[in-house]
Design a protein around this ligand. Sequence first.
Ligand code: PLP
Length: 481
Amino acid sequence: MAEIKFYCTDPVPLELHKVRIVQKLDLVPVERRVRAMAEAGFNTFLLQNRDIYLDMLTDSGVNAMSDRQLAAMMVADDSYAGSATFTRLTDKLREIFGTEYFLPAHQGRAAENILAMSFVQPGSIIPMNYHFTTTKAHITRLGGQVEELISPQGVELTSSCPFKGNFDLDRLERLMADKGRRIPFVRIEAGTNLIGGQPLSLGNILAVADIVHRYGSLVVLDASLLQDNLYFIKTREEAARDLSVRQITRKIADAMDIIYFSARKLGFARGGGIALHDRALYERMRELVPMFEGFLTYGGMSVREMEAMTVGLEETMDMDVISQGPLFIRYMTEELEKLGVPVVTPAGGLGCHLDASRFLPHVRQEEYPAGALAAAAYIAGGIRGMERGTVSEQREADGSEHLASVELLRLALPRRVFTLSQVRYAVDRIKWLYDNRDLVGGLRFVQEPSSLRFFFGRMEAVSDWPDRLAQAFRRDFGDSL
Ligand SMILES: Cc1ncc(COP(=O)(O)O)c(C=O)c1O
């Protein structure tokens, strides 16, 4: 997607693709939306698709595929062992990352499981710029602990800092010096998910690798959101302006010991895996693949998806492809900002992020403002977002609530899926909700699983606020959907 100038209006992001397959959507009446939200226990994960108009829950496994990806799926080599599809995928990773070895896994968290089982033991410390839900769950399950070293700007929700995902290098140096022996690896998360898809700079990534290697630990890249991060390095980092996306990718990969990813994100398909340079590291993890995932040449993935991933990885090297997400997200974020709606700035990757703490300042953190905003956005517009705040945390060992450092509602923009008019509709309904924010109240748990509670937990509204919100909708929109 290029930034094309317009003759008589301000430019809008212009697609360099056309749509050839579509899926019909429904927009159900607001009264049904209130009921559907209650049936889903005020948890957007538990909504049924038939009740959803814009599914902005995630980009995971729901990005639009290209014609070339679909064509490649037809030539997949379906065999249990020795599949040519696996060789093609490994070759593509070698070409892009320069990695010799590849361990396939059925998705990103499965790669995290293998990594954690190979390196984490009770007392281990795993530093990272910021945690991701499944990563932290695997590390803590094995008795390790996560240490977040995000730079102070990372959790400032409104900022002009171009690389809010950066590590605080001084803290990393001190931690490595004090506790290096308990640190088997440091994890770098590209396109830092939970703070709004915020990138790290190439300079910061390379500096982290230098520090960690000086202390003899390993550097692991979670490359799930690398494609957005590559776009931001290319467009925001002076020192990288003259490098191609391929060259930036290679510089990053050369400095890593292990690269793992969710191919539901990176490569626009479904699957995952671990790419490595070193044979000894590869052998250390290898036996866990057939035990938990599947034989070494498919690792729980369908070979069709592996073929699509191979093509998707190649397409990730193309700025016209990887710019679509960030440019649409920037458009949505800036339109909301113009209307005074509190959003995370600068716009990152993955989706547009609303700052629930400023959107709903009257809802206490113990009553889950980001969860309440997710429910309200669904009622206001049939828009399904994802809570990324305290509901997505897990309780402390003593059962007390772990209040998140940021309360966000993520409205993901899966790549090439939504049109600009759908984005404008979402902006319109969010603005309406903001003007009626006083009507929105909090939530409380009625069923709370002990881990990853945001997936299955059920909540209820603390008052009849959902009905009052629906009445306000009817008052303002008449019998419109
Ligand atoms: C940064 C990051 N790491 C890991 C994962 C886990 O990947 P998966 O959903 O494929 O298990 C995700 C998924 O959203 C992610 O965003």
